[in-house]
Design a binder for this molecule. Structure first.
Ligand code: HMG
Ligand code: MG
Length: 304
């Protein structure tokens, strides 16, 4: 299959990234990060989550973030919502786009949402119906699609069955989460083959964490299957609080470097990304995890 001409890059650093950084940042910093990312041309910037602050305290200020952030025309700002309480808070804060989440294994589901797969799907179905009735758009996330930190191997058919249920709830897109980054390219393609029996391939997103250094290879394997939506995190921020050993998402700069090199349009500006990575790494007091970001940053400094 030919590579898509254009890819939608979904930035998840302000949520997936910051929810698991050692150092937390102020609300002002999170707002500035989101605004800079949108200004850099990213069409979707995940702004936070309306989950229990006891479970993920770093996202407790998402209501304020959503109320204060300057929104750019044409950019979406999805927020994670696990239940009706989260949906009510999201609507009150002016969210137009929410993301529901489920997992492919029982153990991960229990650790992430204190609930079985069936129970979380039931909860998501209620949220989805209410959100769509209220005029919101719903994205679906599936975790541990290429391996589970607790249960190990995950079969494509097992994932496809849960994805089908999320899709049938009316999600506009389902993002496949390689939560611990265990996936490899051939396995990724087998998974996409199984999922695309239920969801059109252009509605499937890829959400690759980079623990084993396979994320870019898995994105290329997904592009070969016709996928055109990928989640990534500026400077490779983050991890997952319920996945021991997981590192952050693939870095946005690394994904953009590859897509630019392949002539695939994204609308995202690399220089603005590098500035944004410098900004957030300074606030977190840690170096970038992006290989392309590091190399291009050094080149920029030399040229200055
Ligand atoms: P629970 O403890 O079973 O819920 O948690 P509960 O209904 O019994 O409520 C417990 C307390 O939380 C109560 O407060 C509720 O009011 C409060 P208390 O009475 O004890 O003071 N509460 C809430 N507060 C604010 N907003 C809410 C909310 N709901 C309840 N929405 C629950 C169940 C789902 C809430 C919990 O397990 C939870 O919040 N889980 C979220 C975990 C999370 O955010 N994980 C990370 C995001 S998923 C991810 O990173 C994967 C992804 O990136 C893809 C990938 O990489 O795989 C998307
Ligand atoms: Mg994730």
């Amino acid at each position: 299959m030919p590579y898509p001409k254009r890819v939608k890059m979904v930035e998840v650093g302000p949520r997936d990234g910051l929810q698991n950084e050692k150092k937390s940042v102020s609300t002002d910093t999170r707002i500035e990060l989101i605004e800079r990312l949108a200004d850099a041309g990213l069409p979707a910037v995940e702004a936070g989550s309306f989950v229990s602050p006891k479970w993920v305290p770093q996202m407790a200020d998402t209501g304020e973030v959503m109320q204060r952030v300057r929104r750019r025309e044409g950019v979406s700002y999805p927020v994670l919502v696990p239940n009706m309480k989260g949906l009510e808070a999201a609507i009150a804060a002016g969210a137009k786009d929410i993301a529901g989440f489920a997992a492919a294994t029982e153990t991960f589901s229990k650790r992430n949402t204190n609930c079985s797969i069936a129970g979380s799907l039931e909860r998501q179905a209620t949220v989805c119906r209410a959100a769509i009735d209220a005029g919101l758009r719903v994205r679906g996330y599936m975790s541990v699609v290429l391996g589970c930190p607790y249960e190990g191997e995950v079969q494509p058919a097992q994932v496809a069955d849960v994805v089908r249920q999320l899709w049938d709830m009316g999600c506009y897109e389902v993002s496949l989460g390689d939560t611990v980054g265990m996936g490899t390219p051939a396995k990724t393609q087998r998974l996409i083959e199984a999922v695309s029996a239920y969801v059109p391939v252009e509605k499937i997103g890829g959400h690759f964490h980079d623990t084993y250094g396979q994320a870019i290879a898995n994105i290329l394997a997904s592009l070969e299957m016709g996928m055109a939506t990928f989640d990534s995190s500026i400077a490779g921020l983050g991890g997952c609080p319920y996945s021991p050993g997981a590192t952050g998402n693939v870095a946005t700069e690394d994904v953009l470097y590859m897509l630019d090199g392949m002539g695939i349009e994204t609308g995202v500006d690399m220089d603005a990304l590098l500035d944004t990575a410098e900004f957030i790494c300074a606030r977190l007091d840690r170096p970038t995890f992006s290989r392309a970001g590091r190399a291009l940053g050094l080149k920029r400094k030399k040229a200055a």
